[in-house]
Design a protein around this ligand. Structure first.
Ligand code: BGC
Length: 756
């Protein structure tokens, strides 16, 4: 009896070990590991960039070739092209003792050479198949050019448009963000990482990077666990559930510990709670930056990072230069280094690099796979779906294809700002300017062009935005002369199209702004154009939600186009002339002013909710601003209109872990065929921690011909009713749930059910 008693835990333990080994050990990797010296293992943890890529930190790696030969490099980024990648692999295979192939990384955030819209734009399509296919196309192009590992998807939730990197993610919502994270991982990695057309994805930046204080890049984050679990962590976990191969830590600290050295984050949460099996890489020099954070010298912070569970050190070489010493001094175990090395070798094995280190070096592929007509057509389609029609004054859009158009604005005949931020693999010179696109799509239109304004007249702002080879130039002519020329240009026009907004690098990394309005130089132009009394269409570029209350109040139409990518001009023309009816919806609320930030649809009621349209003292509101955003989450117009009716729920009462279906009818009541993103929001009436006013819990993108109706059903799963309670348990609590359905987060049509 007593024997059996002891045997059970032992059996369980050996089962657990064998389960672990089944998941984590690969004979080929183990054999290799058994031959490796401590130095060689540390070498695998080192990720370098020879300088061909983008350096976002102060360091660019030196003596890369010698280091590869010495077995001191596990991966490279900033190297591309099948020949160059072959050369790099040959150095490793022919000259290093153990002939271990290299990971070849890159930042392919929104397309490789066929750049498609910035992620915030792509997200606005709410089209998961499209998003997956976009990532698949990026993988096909990048792998043709030698890349096997991508630093994307970036899934940081952000509710702060001051933060320039909001452009790289999916916006404010964890439910939508999770769906997008999954679609992107699937698109990059496909079914089989050994397939030469797929690459390993990296979910970044773990974690909470989008919540940096005051929207200032690289700043601190301090957040309750309840908020993290419910609002910010789900997209990272969704990527893990989708099988993402690697994760990148973020620059910020969490609970006072930088993510890169945060054991709770990397080991307890990511690996133990979420079951992540891949490897974790730091961000660019983020190990070293723990010194500036105030956690000690390079040896101390490197030891902290590896002990926290970090596997690979990006560029900073803290691991390479200090880990051995830390092992000798007993600060780090050799076992910790072996584990990290095993994870990196496992990734190389998963990619099939041990079978064929040159599988991504097929010189015939770039021509077949990169920037093909098919890919450019796909980028154009993705772009059209990313645009959000914010306002259509007097239904001036779509335009007639033979109209007389005065095209104006600093972005109207521009190639530099079409791709958007973080497009280092794209070539701005290949992009289609708006002027060219309008001519392509409407050859009969009579188009005149004048620049009208600089992107900004502020030399300081312009020079700060001059990065990555992109320049924001200031025209020498006087601002008034430029406006006068533009006005002259409008004289014979039926309609004015003004292409305005942010330069690419006014958003993105290290591009936080405290003012997020359209730059002053352009505001002046817009006002002058509106004063002409002619119909004005603003085609608005930006990498973030902007504050455009003033422009919204002018008699103008507004089409938000983000940074649309290489097919910018063609895609914009497709929508302006009605070849594609806009269907995009905002995935981040647009504030009226910076003071409202952070602003998002799932805010809480508070104990003193304010009335929606009027002011009442001693309620939760502002003296000097309305409470609501200018445009709510989920908002976007179409050239047609949709009517929602007849909402029904299939069960009025459900048991725990039971699902429920919500059905309703959508009718296209306007004059154009079109797509609508139908959205479902859920309100948990009473629960143990204060609930959000409502939360997105379902959506579908449907196509309806004019006059057509469709009965739509959106299921709510048991998990959709759950949340993390104050003990961080994922639970659904009994009580009433209200469901809202409609075309944006202000949806009013509702029904309810009860959870027993
Ligand atoms: C960014 C990452 C990027 C890395 C490598 C960093 O500055 O934060 O998102 O993957 O550089 O280029």
């Amino acid at each position: 009896m007593s024997h059996t008693y002891k045997l059970i835990p032992l059996l369980l333990l050996s089962f657990a070990i064998s389960k672990m080994s089944a998941q984590e050990t690969i004979p080929e990797v183990e054999t290799l590991l058994s031959k490796m010296t401590l130095d060689e293992k540390i070498g695998q943890l080192n990720l370098l960039t020879p300088g061909g890529g983008i350096a976002t930190g102060s360091v660019v790696s030196e003596n890369v070739e010698a280091k590869i030969k010495a077995g001191q490099v596990g991966g490279l980024f900033g190297v591309s092209g099948p020949e160059k990648v072959r050369q790099a692999q040959e150095i490793a295979i022919k000259n290093s003792r153990l002939k271990i192939p290299l990971l070849i990384g890159s930042d392919i955030i929104h397309g490789y050479k066929t750049t498609y819209p910035i992620p915030l734009g792509v997200a606005s399509s709410w089209n998961m198949e499209l998003i997956e296919s976009a990532a698949k196309m990026a993988a096909k192009e990048a792998t043709a050019d030698g890349i096997n590992w991508n630093f994307s998807p970036m899934v940081d939730i952000s509710r702060d448009a001051r933060w320039g990197r909001i452009s790289e993610g999916s916006g404010e919502d964890p439910y939508l963000g999770s769906a997008i994270a999954k679609a992107m991982v699937k698109g990059y990695q496909g079914e089989d990482l050994k397939n030469a057309y797929t690459m390993m994805a990296t979910v970044k930046h773990l974690a909470l990077y989008g919540a940096v204080e005051a929207g200032r890049d690289y700043n601190s984050v301090d957040m309750s666990k309840v908020k993290m679990y419910n609002q910010y962590l789900p997209p990272y976990q969704a990527a893990v559930d989708a099988g993402v191969g690697s994760a990148m830590t973020s620059f910020n600290d969490i609970d006072g510990i930088p993510a890169t050295g945060n054991k709770w984050l990397i080991t307890d949460l990511l690996r133990k709670q979420w079951g992540f099996k891949g490897f974790v890489v730091s961000d660019y020099t983020s190990v070293n930056e723990m010194t500036a954070h105030g956690l000690g010298d390079l040896q101390a912070v490197s030891a902290q990072a590896i002990n926290a569970g970090l596997d690979m050190d990006m560029v900073g070489e803290g691991f390479l230069t200090t880990l051995k010493k830390s092992v000798q001094e007993g600060k780090v175990t050799e076992e910790a280094i072996t584990i990290a090395c095993r994870r990196i070798l496992t990734a190389k094995h998963q990619l099939g690099l041990f079978d064929d280190p040159y599988k991504y070096s097929d010189t015939s592929r770039p021509k077949k796979d990169i920037l093909t007509a098919e890919n450019r057509a796909a980028a154009r389609k993705i772009a059209t779906q990313s645009f959000v029609l914010l306002k259509n004054e007097n239904n001036v859009l779509p335009l007639q294809k033979d109209a007389k158009i005065a095209l104006v604005g600093p972005l109207a005949n521009d190639k530099n700002n079409m791709l958007g931020t973080w497009a280092p693999t794209g070539d701005p010179q290949l992009s289609i300017p708006v002027l060219e696109g309008l001519k392509n799509v409407a050859p009969k239109a009579k188009i005149t062009y004048a620049k009208g304004a600089n992107i900004t007249n502020d030399p300081e702002l312009a020079s700060r935005a001059n990065v990555f080879g992109l320049r924001v130039d200031i025209d020498k002519r006087s601002p008034d002369a430029m406006i006068a020329e533009a006005l002259q240009n409008t004289k014979n026009a039926d309609v004015i199209v003004a292409v305005v907004g942010e330069a690419s690098e006014l958003a993105g990394e290290a591009a936080s702004r405290t003012e997020i309005s359209i730059p002053k130089s352009q505001k002046k132009l817009i006002n002058a154009l509106a004063d002409t009394g002619k119909p004005v269409v603003l085609v608005l570029f930006s990498g973030r939600p902007l504050t455009i209350a003033e422009e919204f109040n002018l008699p103008v139409s507004i089409l938000q186009v983000w940074n649309p990518g290489v097919e910018a001009g063609n895609a914009i023309a497709d929508v302006l002339f009605g070849d594609y009816n806009p269907s995009g919806k905002l995935t981040a609320s647009w504030p009226r002013n910076v003071g409202q930030i952070p602003i998002y649809h799932s805010m809480k009621n508070t104990g003193r909710p304010a009335p929606t349209h009027t002011f009442e003292k001693f309620k939760s509101n502002y003296l000097d601003s309305e409470l609501s955003p200018l445009f709510p989450f989920g908002y976007g117009l179409s050239y047609t209109t949709f009517e929602y009716s007849a909402i029904a729920v299939d069960k009025k009462k459900i048991a725990q872990d039971e699902a429920v279906n919500i059905s309703f009818t959508v009718k296209n009541t306007g004059n154009y065929d079109g797509e609508e993103v139908v959205q479902l929001y859920l309100k948990d009436e009473v629960r143990s921690i204060t609930p959000p006013k409502r939360q997105l819990k379902g959506f579908k993108k449907i196509f309806l011909k004019k006059g057509e109706s469709q009965r739509v059903t959106i299921p709510l799963s048991a998990n959709d009713l759950k949340f993390y309670n104050s003990e961080l348990k994922f639970v659904a609590e009994p009580g009433k749930f209200i469901v809202f359905v409609g075309g944006n987060s202000n949806a009013e049509m509702s029904t309810e059910f009860e959870l027993e």
